[in-house]
Write a protein that binds this ligand. Sequence first.
Ligand SMILES: [Zn+2]
Length: 111
Amino acid sequence: MSWRRPFKELNPTVEELTVKVLEEGKGVAQNPGWQTLGSVTRLDCHNPLCQGGGVDLHHTLREMVATRREELENVKMCGGVEGGGPSVAPRHCLNRFAFRISLVYRAEGDR
Ligand SMILES: [Zn+2]
């Protein structure tokens, strides 16, 4: 799947992508602090019950590139669902991701 490839491969104008995340919720250490993930386009959810979770950053990254934005901070909820058993109804995963994205662009005409 394309999100596994480094974002800068997909966007030749991007020299460097750095993503940092602070995840809160189930399966996360008590005081995790900010973690540097580097060149990723997706945040993984660590809630062990979560299915289809995480946050896809592709849309955000595309918008940043379109406007040549270098820094962005945002908070998103996990998009996954906690799988229920036969007696438990599935519900939305409540893990929360604060993230910071830094992009470094190639200089104009530098190819
Ligand atoms: Zn989740």
